[in-house]
Design a protein around this ligand. Structure first.
Ligand code: ZN
Length: 366
């Protein structure tokens, strides 16, 4: 069965202004693009086309999330603020989250694109789907956006699926290098969504994503953070998948697996200090597909988050899509021979120590 692919040109028209203005006001750095600019996503999409893989994907046309659908998670005051500023000349959803004219509608299309992917998978039109959407979503909380995220795309799509498809248990596996704090916050007191986040320890947001954050009330035990030390490579990530993520999913038995997918854990990302290779992302995808086949008819949706290397995100993304479709293109990752010689790529003892501690939390999942 097919793999769905959500894409829209308007995703590239979300304007994040100028990094110098946003991050370093005053005349201290030459003006240039914001880190979260269209290039990495566009180049990912371009490689999907140039590699020929696009011919094997089922295009899914994103729809616009309505205000009511956004409001399943976000406060109306926040939605109205973005809508008003977007109709004028743009503004800032919070620190570091600038947006331009029209970004409200593009934000609706981003959340709507996640919903479109969910609908296609849950209606059986495709087996799995990748939503290459922008702006990203996993840092946005109820009251405001943050960390380049306007609206919480995956959260809004999960809430939509519970409403429209009576979806029961859902599990999220967020492999973006930053903590998926918005997704965690949305479901922190709920047992019907298992939220897992693998991230660089205490990177962003500050003091967020620790092992002690395990959920509360009915959600106790259903939030699992894996804060890996900086420098973690394929070895640490695959060990975390084998020892924590896969066993957690097997215990929880979700009806759908959702992956907020950022490629900023790669070995050359400017905003992270991890060392995942395209083969690492491929292997993680393979493990998720296998467990999805075992547990939920292969149903899996990826929603695009971060990833800031213009020259490497495309290869990481292509590897993931090749696994999802089961089709290997002629494209080889040109970085692979370089990264193969990097020290510390295998699992290190201090990384295993964190993984062992996090693995203890799996027992509380029922
Ligand atoms: Zn990120």
């Amino acid at each position: 069965m097919a793999t769905g692919f959500v894409w829209h040109e308007l995703y590239m028209w979300h304007n994040t202004w100028n990094w110098a203005q946003v991050f370093a006001p005053g005349l201290t750095i030459q003006p240039g693009e914001h880190a979260e600019n269209p290039e990495t996503k566009r180049r990912f999409r371009n490689l999907v086309e140039v590699s020929g893989l696009i011919d094997h994907l089922t295009p899914l046309k994103p729809r616009y999330a309505t205000e009511d659908e956004l409001a399943r998670f976000h406060d109306r005051e926040y939605i109205w603020k973005i809508k008003k500023l977007s109709a004028e000349n743009g503004g800032d959803a919070s620190s570091l989250t600038p947006f331009g004219r029209g970004s409200y509608e593009i934000g609706q299309l981003s959340a709507g694109g996640a919903m479109t992917a969910f609908d296609a998978v849950l209606e059986g039109k495709v087996k799995n789907a990748y939503a290459l959407i922008r702006p990203p979503g996993h840092h946005a909380i109820r009251e405001y956006g943050m960390g380049f995220c306007l609206f919480a795309n995956a959260v809004i799509a999960i809430l939509h699926a519970k409403e429209a498809h009576k979806l029961g248990r859902v599990a999220t596996v967020d492999w973006d290098v930053h903590h998926g704090n918005g997704t965690q916050a949305a479901f922190y007191d709920r047992g019907d969504v298992l939220t897992i986040s693998l991230h660089q320890d205490n990177l962003f947001p500050a003091n967020s994503g620790g092992l002690a954050e395990t959920g509360e009330g009915k959600g106790k035990g259903f939030n699992l953070n894996i804060p890996l030390p900086p420098g973690s490579g394929d070895g640490a990530y695959l060990a975390a998948f084998e020892q924590i993520v896969i066993p957690a999913l097997q215990r929880y038995k979700p009806e759908l697996i959702v992956v907020p997918s950022g490629f900023d854990g790669s070995g050359v990302d400017p905003l992270g200090r991890m060392m995942i290779t395209s083969e690492g992302y491929r292997a993680m995808t393979r493990m998720l597909l296998k467990v999805a086949d075992e547990l939920c008819g292969g149903r899996m949706v990826m929603t695009h988050e971060g990833g800031y290397s213009q020259t490497y995100v495309p290869y990481c993304g292509l590897a993931v899509l090749e696994e999802m479709t089961g089709i290997k293109t002629h494209v080889d990752d040109p970085w692979a021979p370089l990264m193969a010689n990097w020290g510390g790529m295998g699992l290190q003892p201090h990384q295993q120590a964190v993984i062992s501690e996090a693995a203890n939390l799996v027992q509380s999942i029922t």
